[in-house]
Design a protein around this ligand. Sequence first.
Ligand code: PGA
Length: 263
Amino acid sequence: MRTKLVVGNWKMHFTAAEAGAAVGTFLKHVEAKASVDVVVCPPFPSISRLRDLVRDSHVKVGAQDVFWEEKGAFTGKVSARMLYDAGAGFCIVGHSETRGRFGKTEIPDSTLPYFQETDETVNLKVKALLFHSINPILCVGETSEERSVGKTDDVIRAQLFKALEGIEPAELYFLSVAYEPVWAIGTGDTCDPAEANRVAGLIRKLLAERLDEDVSQVIRVLYGGSVKSANAHDLFHQPEIDGGLVGGASLDPLEFSRIVMSA
Ligand code: PGA
């Protein structure tokens, strides 16, 4: 039986003081349950502050991205070693927003090339995280155009296999994979729970094919994309879905606590 996992992706929201206040309110309202792991992923500058604030609770802290090199002349980048030192036990990798695949674009199209994550850089990041014992939360998902031409399963397969290239199954017991259909992210257009369950099942089948049956049964497969308290229960109780990656709704501590309680 896999323990459920609910991850809050705070994206580019909250100063350290605001993040501290949000987690404080959340902790007051959520009941600690051994059956649910909770992770919050604030922007880099708030990680160590949150690590101190959640120390005596069941909540863990994660990061939203990482750079794969150990150190060097890479202005603006943050390594896995630095994340570990700051207190991140988890890290989101390959999020569609870092891949430049936005569900809802709020920036000029001309700036999209800035977001250039590829399957190859995702693979390098997963390896760097594993080297520093940080649990990767690998995001995969199709755009609405890909879905409309029947390419969903091919996209998931390619993103998953490329992200895990050259990694031994035994290293991946602490991996989580989030199925995040791009068209559902930040749009309010949640994936139908039965379809999310089908794709989560496909991910587990592909993991068994690429890794082995044992590891595929341990890895948690999450759903992300417009999760809120009104739909969390239905999504999280699908047999193949082990929890969620929650963006917008995780910014409201009361709403996020309701989502966690539905797991
Ligand atoms: P959303 O974002 O819940 O705001 O749709 C999810 C995500 O981007 O991980």
